[in-house]
Design a protein around this ligand. Structure first.
Ligand SMILES: Nc1ncnc2c1ncn2[C@@H]1O[C@H](COP(=O)(O)OP(=O)(O)OP(=O)(O)O)[C@@H](O)[C@H]1O
Length: 249
């Protein structure tokens, strides 16, 4: 789903959270937003989801202005928010149930996604029997189950350790490759952003402005060796420069 953010600002009383942001997401692309805490990343995501309205500017999704909460999108948050009393497979199928769909028709896809996410064999486990990383993979499977054309992810790996995070990145890449949904992904990690994305957007601290938009031309699929490629290091450096330049202003 293409997304077109044009001159969007958002104020909360006296706080200007997002200032004149413009950004276009091509259909099927993976776009990350990086920036310091409080720079308005989550606000931008909520604006795109239609959960809040911009103070000025416009957001179009597939050419249609966003006027209220978008249906048919996937969302993944920092904590997995799984229902503790439901088994993992049933947690993933929950979105089909909520959408009034027959879960039996989505079961095979749910099992396939679990397999791709490395969760094969855990279909009948309850969330508390899974590690944090596994729970988050389950919540990503849930967000992808109905093949939503747009998925918004707000620091989905923020609560995980660095090693698990990196592995999660590859799992996400595999899942995304299967669905090719448009993804808007918020992260604090430059490495994660460059590794996963087609485009990295660098935001400034409050008021949140878009400082740099960096196209990532690394071949896919990306793998652990990608992190050692000179081009990866060059691109990470460019993103880092965008962030560090703000400290000197
Ligand atoms: N509902 C709200 N009411 C008032 N102020 C808000 C509200 N939501 C966000 N803000 C303010 O807007 C600014 C941006 O917040 P936002 O959560 O978008 O930042 P962020 O970049 O996602 O931060 P973090 O990385 O810490 O999650 C902050 O100063 C925050 O206090």
């Amino acid at each position: 789903m293409s997304v077109d953010i044009r001159n969007v600002s958002k104020s909360f009383r006296s706080t200007l959270a997002v200032d004149d942001a413009s950004l276009a997401l091509e259909e099927g692309s993976f776009v990350s937003i990086v920036g310091p805490s409080g720079c308005g990343k989550s606000t931008l995501l909520r604006l795109v989801a239609g959960l809040i309205r911009p103070s000025s500017g416009t957001i179009d999704v597939r050419g249609v202005p966003v006027k209220g909460p978008l249906r048919n999108i996937g969302m993944v948050f920092q904590s997995p928010v799984l229902l503790p009393w439901r088994r993992t497979l049933d947690n993933i199928l929950f979105v089909a149930e909520m959408g009034g769909l027959k879960t039996s028709q989505w079961r095979e896809r749910a099992l396939e996604l679990m397999q791709l996410a490395g969760l094969g064999g855990f279909e009948a486990s309850y969330p508390h029997e899974l590690s944090g990383g596994m729970q988050q993979r389950a919540s990503i499977c849930r967000a992808m189950l109905l093949k939503p054309p747009l998925i918004l992810m707000d620091e989905p790996f923020g609560a995980l350790d660095v090693i698990t995070r990196e592995r999660m990145g590859y799992a996400l890449q595999t899942l995304w490759d299967e669905s090719r949904s448009t993804v808007l992904f918020v992260t604090h990690s430059i490495t994660e952003a460059v590794l996963l994305s087609d485009t990295v957007v660098v935001m400034t601290p409050r008021p949140g402005r878009i400082r740099d938009i960096v196209p990532i031309d690394l071949p896919r699929p990306r793998h652990p060796g990608t992190l050692r490629e000179p081009r990866f290091l060059e691109l990470s450096e460019r993103v880092r420069e965008g962030i560090e330049a703000q400290w000197m202003e």
